[in-house]
Write a protein that binds this ligand. Structure first.
Ligand code: AFP
Length: 334
């Protein structure tokens, strides 16, 4: 019998325990972040359960449709948004919420306000729901100084100013990947316990990878550096093997694979959509934060409106370095 392995299995590092451990390193901390996170975790568990039984519960369908009971059906992304907004407000630790689903930012009632601003996409990749492909929730957290004087500018900050970022992937297993600014850790939901357990401690992305991930269907509209980079992935000039192409079309799934296996994820701007597709605040910034914390890098635009989009190139350090060099030399020519 492997007693050591057994001891490991009986001394579970849950996400809450992990965050409490981190909190104890900051004696001035009052536990607000731990409380906020436990409400985010609750939202993730709810969405995970809803995604798992989506077909059964007839949750799939367009918002506004009516189900057999004559009740209004809610699309999963609408439902997920409501769950996260309610969980975040009721935590008593938030002051501004920016959700992909809501056109305007939510300013929390002063009586329930705390110091954190949360930007999030409650269910990213929703076009993949109906065919059972992995989807996810992405979030980023900022902290403000004065909760009694908040304005939208408090969330229109660079991604590097986030105090934490993460995502929850609803896939073959449900996983939260989180960084509070000192590395990246992955926690897998044990459905029998209802707890996220630390399964991927201190994730580090390989310095160089063998996979590139991009929607090649947009190739005819790409600019020079993106086209040249992808061409190099397929026809390397240095005698190395070509990279493999993997593209799910769910950012969380594509970034998760990139984080674990290495390589590069690209959603460039192109002639049709110069700012790309992905949203700066709740897709590009949180994923870039995680990549950098895992030792990779990200190369983004600098837009600053709540639903603004930006091109994004992120992944293994050396792979991103290559595409950055191509853009730098294009810029030098201009
Ligand atoms: P949906 O939420 O419409 O499915 O979009 C998903 C997403 O925002 C992101 O998760 C993917 O990386 C990206 O769009 C895929 O976009 P393309 O379909 O244009 O490749």
């Amino acid at each position: 019998m492997d007693h050591e392995a057994d001891a490991h299995r009986t001394d579970l590092m849950t996400l809450t325990r992990h965050v409490l451990n981190e909190q104890s390193k900051h004696p001035e901390s009052k536990g607000d972040f731990t409380i906020l996170l436990s409400h985010i975790v609750l939202g993730c568990k709810f969405v995970c359960s809803a995604v798992n039984k989506a077909g059964l519960a007839k949750l799939i369908g367009l918002a506004g449709e009516t189900n057999v009971q004559g009740e209004d059906q809610k699309k999963l992304d609408v439902l997920s948004n409501e769950v996260f907004v309610n969980a975040l407000i009721s935590s008593g630790r938030t002051c501004i919420l920016v959700s992909e689903e809501d056109e305007k930012a939510t300013f929390v009632d002063p009586s329930l306000r705390g110091r954190y601003c949360v930007v999030f996409d409650p269910l990213d990749g929703s076009s993949n729901i109906d065919c059972g492909v992995s989807i996810g929730t992405i979030f980023g957290i900022y902290m403000i100084k004065d909760k009694d004087n908040v304005t939208l500018d408090d969330v229109l900050l660079p991604g590097k100013d986030m105090v934490a970022a993460g995502y929850c992937m609803y896939g073959s297993s449900c996983m939260i990947v989180l960084s509070t600014g000192s590395g990246v850790n992955g926690f897998t939901l044990d459905p029998s316990l209802g707890e996220f357990i630390l399964t991927h401690p201190d994730i580090k992305i390989p310095t160089k990878g063998k996979i590139y991930s991009v929607n090649e269907g947009n190739a005819k509209n790409w600019d020079g550096p993106t086209a040249e980079y992808v061409n190099k992935c397929k026809f390397p000039e240095d005698g190395s093997s070509p990279k493999s192409l993997r593209y799910v079309g769910s950012m969380v799934a594509d970034v998760h694979r990139t984080l674990l296996y290495g390589g590069i994820f690209l959603y460039p701007g192109d002639k049709k959509s110069p700012t790309g597709k992905l949203r700066v605040l709740y897709e590009v910034f949180p994923m870039s934060f995680l990549m950098e914390q895992a030792g990779g890098q990200a190369f983004t635009g600098k837009q600053r409106k709540i639903h603004e989009r930006s091109p994004i190139f992120l992944g293994s350090y050396d792979d991103v370095e290559e595409i950055k060099a191509l853009y730098a030399s294009e810029e030098a020519k201009a």
